[in-house]
Design a protein around this ligand. Sequence first.
Ligand code: PNS
Length: 160
Amino acid sequence: MRRAVCPGSYDPVTNGHLDVIERAANQFDEVVVAVLINKSKRSMFSVEERIEMLGEVTEHLPTVRIDSWHGLLVQYAQANGIGAIVKGLRAVSDFDYELQMAQMNYRLSGVDTLFMPSNPTYSFLSSSLVKEVATYGGDVAHLLPAKVHQRMINRLAERD
Ligand code: PNS
C-alpha cells in the first residue's frame, strides 16, 4: 500500500489544494489529507469545519481520507505508515522554505517529500489571500469549490 499525506492548514481548502489532492490520488494507493492544527494561527474556520469541507470536496475520490493532527507532521506520517509527503509548489518563492522543511522532515524520519508543480491557473492562489479578498468584498467564487465559497460568504455575513 503506497500512502501519501497532503498536509496543510486548509483554512479553507481552495481549488489549488484540490488540484494537488486529485493529482496525488492518481499516484498513490491512498492519500490522507491532514489538517495540521496550529493554535497560534488565527483561523476563519474551526478544524471540524475544515475537515467537513475537505470531506465534501473530495467525495468523488474514494482513496482519499481526511484527518487532523496536532504536532510534528513526520510523527503523524510514521504513526500511520505513510511514506511520502506531497506538497504543491506554486512558484519559486515557495521553494526555499519547502526545501528546508522537506530536508528537515527527511532527516528526522526518512519520510520523503514530493513536490507537485501547481496548475498555473492557481499559481497565485492561497487561502490567506482568498480570505483577504473576500473580506473586502472581492469575488473569489472561481477560486474555491462552490460549497466552500458559500460557507465563506456565510462566515463573513456572521461577522458583519
Ligand atoms: O497550509 P500551510 O499552513 O502552508 O501548511 C504548513 C504545514 C502545516 C504543512 C507545516 O507548517 C507543517 O508541516 N506543520 C506541522 C508541524 C511540523 O512538522 N513542523 C516542522 C516542519 S519541518
